[in-house]
Every structure is written in structure tokens, then in C-alpha cells.
Design a protein around this ligand. Structure first.
Ligand code: ADP
Ligand code: MG
Ligand code: MG
Length: 928
């Protein structure tokens, strides 16, 4: 019999890794493995072993370890040893149970369950009731005296096996099942009797034959081998891969497979199945939380076919079982010292534990549970600080949906940017502005197939963004995260028709003005208008938690903020200064942009100086606001960086308008005057002269490769009067606020330098203007002049640059672009393939590429400090708020990280965890 376990097609087995223990048994009160062996047994297998060893009621079985999966991925098959050890373990299981797999009067049935090191809920596959066939189903019917149950179990097996192992679409089975229910006028699944289910089984078999071109395998051993391999394969399905990518889990780990004796929750009204948490995973409250269903199996609870009952009801129905469950789960929580998420099944009044793991929870719950457990003496404060994933702190800064009762989930997309948004659907950015802009505060959700930079004005005013295409690094995702705005991206089930202004999902049509609610934390799109709960950045529990973590932190956390409002916000989140204040953003204000444009259009230096003079007081006012908000903390201000054409209309748009002008009517002309007002067009008569002039200037400024063009310090070197004006605004503002007692520490930062001479050129201007201002105002302030390091050459000659630069700040967005030779905006076309093929593990614009870009960061820091030991070094790219990049910055010895205000809390915790894990010698990433 043992030989039948190897299907004949698989005679050529690969070389075995001799001596490897592939299979770990659990049952009869003891297990080969234990709870620490997550690498080998996966979380589920380790949990089953640990529970068995603790004497808890766990159906016996065995775990095939992850090495077998890795072997399967390499060779498309497992070694003979795996098969042998599995046969052995199956024999042991049969003996223990006094049953044989799918044979005899009392056939053994098993589940074949996936389970990786890190839990990936619902991402991989599981098969239940394996061992059933045309014969054993009759034995089961007889033995249980319940033909309905036996046939229901069999049809479930064919369905799961067909889908998971034979790749038959679920719909193919669903159609058969629904047709049968209709035919029998059955409302619920449970209304179908044994006879009807038998008919379903016969038709299921036909479905298998048709799609898989083979019969459903009757041989239980063959079923087992096929199921095992399919579960190994499920490690590589798209869902699982995607989940790993967004959760930073390595593709190389592989899953274990658990083969476990079945217990049945679907034997009748004294049986049932359920899931639960030892505490409330949404808010962390210490309460028994969960759901169960009587007369049901496995997936029924979560699948939504029937509405489950609150777990507290179990106390009334089966008090003894309820008490035992509470006792066991309380013990498990104490044992694991963490909130547990568990699965159980009751068979004929007897309780079985099927799974336990550290439960996933929201940021709010994570903080509360950590605090409670310290109070309860379960964990120490030092342990507590690792119980919250830095990214989860975001939950405190964004609104949440207030979900009372059942909500209608229309679709699930990617949780691209957390938070909640409730509003009326709009399909264009202009419509968003029409409804929500200019003081009209209708809350809107911008729904697009994908967003582009042209949608930015609509994104600004929308409460949230929903896209049907695009991933976690799509335009919508990246931009909304920067804004701290909720976004659900890539909700593929939604069909967006921007032309017809409607979206279709679940057979429903939604038009402009219809209400929907988004949960950016889970990716759910919900029908209708839910209430939201406001953010709680001063939540006392969170502040207490941070007061435990922060003292470990050895590096500073600053914010990137361009305007006083953002600076104030950043301070509230605990930013210790500004690491990047981008002056160009100040020019985009309505009052300022005309002068900025006049400056750019100036024919010569004299004209340019006139325009700059008008900008000076405005810029000074902005700096005053920022300095005041950051009283006592440093503020790094970057001189003008972007290519000037960004402030002008696009060449194409201008050409079109010029062409239209030839035959435009009065109304159109008036519109054009309005449109070009800022460019000196005051009346219709000006159009003919000014538009061609403008086009000429735009063409002069036009660049083939603006990212590598006339920008950064190259602007300040070719137009020194710009740097002069900016330096003057900075120092005049600094002197003014210092007179009022504000402690001001300006740090003037020169962008995009590639060598010492550029740095020296700009630093000389800044220092000269500083001296002028201090002399005029008879007051000095301390300041620094430094540079952004965002070109590989700058990193290479950092020792030279440091002769003039008093600080470095790594602009890792540009540094990544220039080091890897890719443009961030264009990389989205390539990235999915690169991730798919494993050429890249992560988006290098989200997670700092330690291997390449990181080397430059390390080297530039070392070289810079060789010249100037006290050189202050920070980072101000997007990476400054990403936990693993923050950890890297800590390791390299940077003085601070700087990130968007909404990432400040995250960066603080990440920096604290990095330092604490060093000091306490604990592994970081505990929270995964
Ligand atoms: P997931 O990892 O997706 O939760 P599981 O392997 O835990 O998948 O199994 C899916 C469902 O089947 C769960 O509800 C589980 O409790 C149930 N189940 C798994 N194995 C058995 C078994 N041996 N007896 C009864 N139910 C089982
Ligand atoms: Mg499970
Ligand atoms: Mg840059």
C-alpha cells in the first residue's frame, strides 16, 4: 500500500538532502516540534505542536516542514525522503486513531493546511475532508448515522480539491450548487438533503472531468500527495505573493503543510465551529471576542454564507464548552504573552483547538494591548515597545470609519493610504473641485481607473481616492500617502467608466453624487454614507506608549514641511525641527505665482531683480511663520530646486491656445485673457503679442531631460540673484523672530551639488548676504550652510564638499533616481515586472536600497566626517519615514531622519526600536 503514495509520473525524484527531518508528528499529548520552530513548521504547525505539548485538545496530525516546500519550488517535486517520512507519519496517525485514511467502516479523514512562518490570513489554501471517496462517504454516512453530513463533506472536498489542486474556477462549482438549491427551492445550503447533495456530487464529478480532463481521484493516498503539492504551490499564487510584498515577507521562506485528523463541526446542533480573539482586535479592549456557527464546518464562519453568532452566545448554549474555551485561550495568552487569535471546533459537545496565533490588530488595539499587558505583568515595558508596528501609529493620525451594524462591502482593493473617507462619488478632478473646492465643502471621493499628475487639484480637495487599477506604488497611492489622505487603489472588481460617469460593481451602478465610504486601512470600499471618528494624535495611551519608546531613540526625527501650517502640525506630532522646507512650494500660492512667473519671464537680470524684490517680503513672511512654529528647533531651508518651466504653462497647451486664437470668438478670447493674466495679458489686444512671446520663453526653457537639466544649484549659479533673494528672506526673517525671543536655527541647504566648487559658489552668496543682513539689522543669528547629497558624484567627493558644507542631507529620492538611472515617475511601468521576477525585492523609492544607494549614504557620511568630524548628517527623502530605512539610517550613524508630518510618529518609533533592539539585543520586526 505504501508504494501507491508515489504517483507513477513522479519516478524521477531529485537528490535528497540526507538526514533532513521533513515531517514532525503531533498527537497523543506530545509533539516532535514546538512553538519556537516557526521557521520549519510555520506559525500554524508550531502552534499545533505547542498546544499538543501543553496537553490541550488538538486533533493529531503531522507537519511537513518548509524545507520540503523550498525543495518543491526548486525542483517541482519533493524528494523521496519527504514521501517516505510522510507515509511513516500517516501510519503513526492511523495507529493512534485506530482508523485508516479513507478506508474501512470508520475512515480517517484529514485536512491539508498551509501555514507559513508569518501568518498570511486567507492567502494560501487548505483542503478539508480529504480521504473521502465514493466508498468512504457511505461508511461515514453509516457510522455517523447522518448521510446528509457525509455527503455534504464529500461535496466540499470535491469542490476544494477541484479548485485548489486542479485549478478549476470556483464558479464552475457554485453554478451547480446554486442551480440545485433553486431546483429544490432551498433557501440555505443546509436546506439541501442527502439525496440532493448526492446529485450535486455527481455533477461536481462531471465538472472535474470537464475542466481537468481527469476523474476526481478516488485513491486517498493520491489525494493526499496531490493536495500537499498544491498547498506548496499555493505559496506562489498571486494573492500570497502580493501579500508578502506589501508586508515585507521574503518569497524564499516557503510554507509548511499540516495534515491533521478532521473533527466535525457539522454533525448537528451539538457541533459547531468558530474563531475568536482573546481581546478585541479593533480597539484592544480586554474582552472575549469572536463568532461561531452551530452545525458548520471550517470556512463557513468567515465566508459569509451564514451570519455567525457572537461568541458570548455559546455560554448559554454550551456552558461547559464555553468555560473550557475561555480557560484554554486565557492560558494560551499567558503562555504566548500576546493576544491570541484562535480557531476551534466542537464535535458532539467536545471542544477541539485547531489554531492559535498572535492576533493581527489595528494600531489603536496594538497600543492598548501593549499597555494592558505591562500593567498585568505579562510583559515588560521594553518588550512592549516592540509590540506596535511603527506603521500602525498612523492609525492615530487619520479618521476611522464608525461601523455600527453590518456594512455592505462593494469591493476590496489595496490599502494604499490608511484612514477613512466618506463622500459623494466624482469621476474627474475638475468635478471634485467644483463640488469641494473654493469653500464649497461637499465631501467627495475621486474615483478613477488610475490617477495622473493632472488630477492633483482634484486629489487635493477630495476626502479620499479610489482607483480600480494600480498598486501600492501607483501615483494615487504615493501622492495620497504624502498628503495623509485615504486611498484604496487597484480595486479590480470595480469598473470605472469616466466618460459615462459611472462605476459598476456587484451588479450595481453608481453615479456621480452617490455616497460611498472608503477604509484605506483595510482596502474596503463600502456602500453608503458611514460616520467617521476623528483622528486622535493626542491619545493619552499612545503618548504613554511613546514615552516608553522615545528614551531609547538616539537619532532625531524632523519633518518635511513647506508652509507654517504643516510645520505646526509636525510639531504636534513631535517633530524636532524641519529637515526640508522646499521654497518653491511657497511660490505656488495665488498671490505669489504671478511674481514668480514674471521673474522667470524676465528678459535680463535687471527685470529679474525687480520681480524678485516683490517676492522677497512674501517669502520672508512664510519663513517667519515656519521659524515661529519651530521655536527652539532647526529649520533646513532648501534654495530653489525645480526646473523653471514647471511654473509656466506646457508648450503643447500654449501651441493649442495660439492656434485657437486665430479664429476665437469674443468669449473665447476673454477666457484666454483670464487664463494668461499672470503672464502680462491684461486685455484681448495683448493676446496676439504676448502669447508668442510666452511660447518663445517656454521653448527656451524647454528641456529634453528636466530631471537632469537646469535645476538645483545650477539655477542659483546661473541666476545668483535668486539665491541672494532667498538668503535675504531667510536671514531677515530669522533676525525678526529672534527679536521676539524665538530661538531660531536656520540651515540653508543647497540642492543638487556634485562637487566642491558648486557648493563654494552658493555658500559664498549665502554667507555674504547673511553678513549684510546682520550688519543692517545689527543683530546676528547662528546658522549653517550645507547641501543635499543627491548625486552619486556628490557622495564620491563628499570629503571635498564637506570643506564648505556644514551639514549633509541625503535627498534619497533623487539619489535613488540618479544612482539607479531610473525616473521615479516612469518606473511604475517596470516595477511590477521587476517585483514579479524577483529582480527587485521592494520598490526602491519606498524602501531604501541598502545594497546600492545605501552604500553611497554610508560612504558619503564617512568621507564627509573625515573632513569635518562634527558634520551633521540627515536624510530628507521619502525613505525618512519608512521603518526599515530609518533602521538603516540609525545603523549608518545619521544624526536625524526627516519625513512628512504624518510619518513623524512612525519614524520616532522605528528609530526607537532600532536603538532599543541594539541595546537590548532583541530581534527587530517582532511585530510582523
Ligand atoms: P487559514 O490559514 O486560511 O485559516 P486553515 O488551515 O486554518 O486555513 O483552515 C481553514 C478552516 O478549516 C479553518 O476554519 C479551520 O479551523 C478548519 N479546519 C482545518 N483543519 C481542520 C480539521 N482537521 N478539522 C476541522 N476543521 C479544520
Ligand atoms: Mg486558520
Ligand atoms: Mg532632489
Amino acid at each position: 500500500m505504501a508504494t501507491t503514495m508515489m504517483p507513477e509520473t513522479e519516478v524521477e525524484k531529485t537528490e535528497k538532502k540526507s538526514g533532513t527531518k521533513y515531517v514532525y508528528f503531533f498527537g497523543g499529548g506530545k509533539a516532535d516540534g514546538n512553538g519556537k520552530m516557526k521557521d520549519e513548521l510555520g506559525g500554524k504547525g508550531a502552534g499545533l505542536a505547542e498546544m499538543t505539548n501543553a496537553g490541550l485538545p488538538v486533533p493529531p496530525g503531522f507537519t511537513i516542514q518548509t524545507e520540503a516546500c523550498r525543495e518543491y519550488m526548486r525542483n517541482n517535486s519533493v524528494s523521496v525522503d519527504v514521501d517516505r517520512q510522510m507515509e511513516q507519519a500517516l501510519k503513526q496517525l492511523e495507529q493512534l486513531q485506530g482508523q485508516r485514511l479513507g478506508k474501512g467502516e470508520n475512515p480517517l479523514l484529514v485536512s491539508v493546511r498551509s501555514g507559513a512562518k508569518f501568518s498570511m490570513p486567507g492567502m494560501m489554501d487548505t483542503i478539508l475532508n480529504l480521504g473521502l471517496n465514493d466508498e468512504s462517504v457511505e461508511a461515514l454516512a453509516k457510522r455517523s448515522n447522518n448521510p446528509r453530513f457525509a455527503n455534504d463533506s464529500y461535496r466540499r472536498l470535491i469542490q476544494m480539491f477541484g479548485n485548489v489542486v486542479l485549478d478549476i474556477p470556483k464558479d464552475a462549482f457554485d453554478e451547480v450548487f446554486e442551480a440545485k438549491k433553486k431546483q429544490k427551492k432551498a433557501r440555505l445550503d443546509t436546506d439541501l438533503d442527502a439525496k440532493a447533495l448526492k446529485e450535486v456530487i455527481e455533477e461536481y464529478k462531471k465538472v472535474v472531468k470537464k475542466h481537468a480532463k481527469r476523474d476526481f481521484p478516488q485513491n486517498p493516498q493520491e489525494q493526499l500527495v496531490m493536495a500537499r503539492d498544491a498547498v506548496f504551490r499555493s505559496w506562489q499564487n498571486d494573492r500570497a505573493k502580493h501579500y508578502r510584498r506589501i508586508n515585507n515577507i521574503s518569497d524564499d521562506l516557503g510554507t509548511a503543510v499540516n495534515v491533521q485528523a478532521m473533527v466535525f463541526g457539522n454533525l448537528g446542533e451539538t457541533s459547531g465551529t468558530g474563531v475568536g480573539f482573546t481581546r478585541n482586535p479593533a480597539n484592544g479592549n480586554k474582552e472575549f471576542y469572536g463568532e461561531f456557527l452551530l452545525n458548520a464546518q471550517g470556512e463557513d464562519v468567515v465566508s459569509g454564507v451564514r451570519t455567525p453568532v457572537h461568541i458570548l452566545e455559546l455560554e448559554k448554549l454550551m456552558p461547559a464548552v464555553y468555560n473550557q474555551l475561555r480557560e484554554i485561550t486565557t492560558r494560551l495568552e499567558k503562555h504566548y504573552k500576546d493576544m491570541q487569535d484562535f480557531e476551534f471546533t466542537i464535535q458532539d459537545g467536545k471542544l477541539y483547538m485547531l489554531q492559535t496565533r498572535n492576533g493581527k490588530r489595528t494600531g489603536l488595539a496594538a497600543v492598548r494591548v501593549a499597555l494592558q499587558m505591562v500593567e498585568e505583568g505579562l510583559i515588560t515595558k521594553d518588550e512592549a515597545i516592540f509590540r506596535v508596528d511603527p506603521n500602525q501609529l498612523y492609525d492615530f493620525l487619520v479618521p476611522r470609519l464608525d461601523e455600527k451594524g453590518k456594512v455592505e462591502v462593494l469591493a476590496k482593493g489595496l490599502p494604499a493610504s490608511p484612514g477613512a473617507a466618506v463622500g459623494q462619488i466624482v469621476f474627474t478632478a475638475d468635478e471634485a473641485v467644483a463640488k469641494a473646492g473654493h469653500g464649497k465643502n461637499v465631501p467627495v471621493i475621486l474615483v478613477r481607473a488610475e490617477t495622473t499628475p493632472e488630477d492633483i487639484h482634484g486629489m487635493e480637495v477630495a476626502k479620499g481616492i479610489l482607483t480600480s487599477r494600480g498598486g501600492m506604488t501607483s501615483h494615487a497611492a504615493v501622492v495620497t500617502r504624502g498628503m495623509g489622505k485615504c486611498c484604496v487603489a487597484g480595486a479590480g472588481d470595480i469598473e470605472v467608466n469616466e466618460k459615462a460617469r459611472e462605476m459598476r460593481v456587484k451588479g450595481k451602478v453608481f453615479k456621480e453624487g452617490d455616497w460611498i465610504s472608503l477604509d484605506g486601512t483595510t482596502g474596503r470600499v463600502i456602500e453608503g454614507r458611514l460616520n467617521t471618528l476623528p483622528p486622535s494624535p493626542d491619545d493619552p495611551e499612545m503618548l504613554k506608549f511613546m514615552s516608553w519608546a522615545d528614551p531609547y531613540r538616539t537619532i532625531g526625527v524632523r519633518a518635511n514641511a513647506d508652509i507654517p501650517r504643516d510645520a505646526i502640525q509636525a510639531r504636534a506630532f513631535g517633530a524636532e525641527g524641519i529637515g526640508l522646507c522646499r521654497t518653491e512650494h511657497m511660490f505656488f500660492g495665488e498671490k505669489k505665482i504671478p511674481h514668480m512667473r514674471a521673474m522667470i519671464l524676465a528678459k535680463d537680470e535687471k527685470e529679474r531683480r525687480v520681480a524678485l524684490k516683490k517676492l522677497l517680503p512674501m517669502q520672508r513672511e512664510d519663513f517667519i511663520g515656519v521659524f515661529r512654529a519651530m521655536d527652539g528647533f532647526p529649520v533646513t531651508i532648501r534654495t530653489l530646486d525645480p526646473p523653471l518651466h514647471e511654473f509656466l504653462p506646457s508648450r503643447e497647451a500654449l501651441m493649442v491656445d495660439l492656434a485657437t486664437l486665430a479664429y476665437a470668438d469674443a468669449k473665447q478670447k476673454k477666457a484666454l485673457v483670464e487664463q494668461y493674466h499672470d503672464y502680462g495679458v491684461k486685455a484681448v489686444g495683448d493676446l496676439k503679442k504676448k502669447l508668442p512671446e510666452l511660447l518663445k520663453r517656454v521653448e527656451q526653457l524647454h528641456e529634453l531631460n528636466p530631471m537632469l537639466g537646469h535645476r538645483g544649484c545650477r539655477l542659483g549659479i546661473t541666476y545668483p540673484e535668486i539665491t541672494e533673494m532667498q538668503a535675504r528672506a531667510i536671514f531677515e526673517a530669522a533676525v525678526a523672530v529672534s527679536r521676539d525671543g524665538v530661538k531660531v536655527h536656520p540651515e540653508v541647504m543647497i540642492p543638487l551639488t556634485s562637487g566642491l566648487k558648486e557648493m563654494a559658489n552658493q555658500a559664498a552668496i549665502v554667507r555674504r548676504v547673511a553678513d549684510e543682513v546682520f550688519a543692517e539689522k545689527e543683530r546676528r543669528v547662528d546658522y549653517l550652510v550645507g547641501t543635499m547629497i543627491e548625486l552619486p558624484r556628490a557622495a564620491l567627493v563628499a570629503d571635498e564638499i564637506a570643506k564648505e558644507a556644514e551639514f549633509f542631507s541625503f535627498g534619497t529620492n533623487d539619489l535613488t533616481q540618479t544612482t539607479m538611472g531610473i525616473s521615479r515617475d516612469d518606473f511604475n511601468k517596470v516595477l511590477p515586472t521587476y517585483l514579479e521576477l524577483g529582480i527587485l525585492k521592494q520598490d526602491p523609492f519606498a524602501v531604501l536600497d541598502r545594497e546600492g544607494v545605501g552604500q553611497l549614504v554610508r560612504m558619503a557620511t564617512e568621507r564627509g566626517r573625515k573632513t569635518r568630524p562634527q558634520l551633521k548628517v540627515g536624510i530628507c527623502g521619502e525613505h525618512g519615514g519608512e521603518p526599515s530605512s530609518v533602521e538603516f539610517c540609525y545603523q549608518v550613524g545619521l544624526n536625524y531622519v526627516s519625513c512628512s508630518p504624518f510619518r513623524v510618529l512612525t519614524a520616532r518609533l522605528a528609530a526607537a526600536q532600532a536603538a532599543a533592539s541594539d541595546k537590548l539585543k532583541v530581534e527587530a520586526g517582532r511585530t510582523k
